[in-house]
Design a protein around this ligand. Structure first.
Ligand code: MN
Length: 288
């Protein structure tokens, strides 16, 4: 078995999205890291680390209604609470340690906003939203969403720390999120000096993304809010340089053409134009 080494370190870009939500954009987009880095993350399209931040009382910070088509979002909450609503009638409360898998498929309009308790008192919020591409054959699938409550993916002990597997398999543990793209996704926390190793299917895109603290992969130090894209090999091995909280990301590339415009990710420009028109004419539904 050969261990993967670091192919590229891609620093996250601090930015804002929605209504004044500060976040770090991790999976490189067309601007940051360039088109080549974006393609190297296939089947992942975007990863945002939002917060940690303290929402002031009465805030309207959040993500008001907006559309998506052609991919899935997997939103994982570390601190705070968020209320999701969508145009299929879906609604749910995100709690720390829980997640929500939304299939935008043929089109959806959704909103993610603080809960009333946050609006009254303010409070801390932190989480990670991952965009996972859909294979061409699934881009027209029925939209909808699945609540993944914390109880369905509890922390499990690993040497020197703990792991929560959201999707696929890491270190023999399997998570509840089911996606057409084959992925493995987990949150790992380690004490300083702890080592973690796991097998990864050959040929899968693999990345280590520290949210807090730093890790060493081979001879490279990976700081917080940085994507360490790993190269070929069948296993991953890392050592916590400090106490660390990180996301483990692996997926089988789809190797299909990507046309990306804002909230829509399709295969061709014509399909993007159709998506814009369908949204403007109300064919992705409404949210009041
Ligand atoms: Mn959204």
């Amino acid at each position: 078995m050969s261990a993967k080494s670091v192919l590229a370190l891609i620093p996250g870009q601090p930015t804002q999205d929605g209504n004044r939500v500060p976040l770090t954009r991790l999976v490189p987009g067309q601007g940051q890291g360039g088109a080549e880095a974006f393609r190297a993350m296939d089947p992942f399209l975007l990863m945002d680390h939002f917060g940690p931040m303290v929402l002031p009382p009465g805030t309207d910070a959040g993500f008001p209604p907006h559309p998506h088509r052609g991919f899935q979002t997997l939103t994982y909450l570390i601190q705070g609470a968020f209320r999701h609503r969508d145009s299929t009638g879906g609604s749910g409360l995100l709690r720390p340690g829980g997640a929500q898998l939304m299939n935008a498929g043929a089109g959806i309009v959704h909103a993610e906003m603080p809960v009333p308790e946050h609006l009254e008192t303010g409070g801390a919020i932190e989480g990670v939203q991952l965009w996972i591409n859909l294979p061409r054959a699934q881009k027209g699938s029925a939209p909808g969403y699945t609540d993944l409550q914390p109880e369905t993916m509890p922390w499990q002990p690993v040497g020197g720390g703990r792991i929560r597997v959201l999707a696929g398999t890491w270190a023999g543990l399997t998570g509840p999120a089911q996606t057409p793209a084959r992925i493995a996704y987990a949150h790992l926390e380690l004490a300083a000096g702890a080592r973690f190793a796991a097998d990864v299917p050959a040929g899968w895109t693999t990345a280590v993304v520290p949210l807090h603290g730093s890790v060493r992969v081979g001879d490279r130090l990976v700081p917080a809010d940085t994507v360490a894209l790993l190269g070929e090999g069948e296993s991953l091995a890392l050592t916590a340089e400090t106490p660390v909280s990180l996301m483990l990301l692996a997926g089988e590339p789809l190797r299909e053409p990507i046309a990306h415009y804002g909230p829509f990710v399709m295969n061709t420009r014509e399909e993007i134009e159709q998506a814009i028109q369908d949204y403007q004419e109300g064919r992705m539904g409404f949210l009041d």
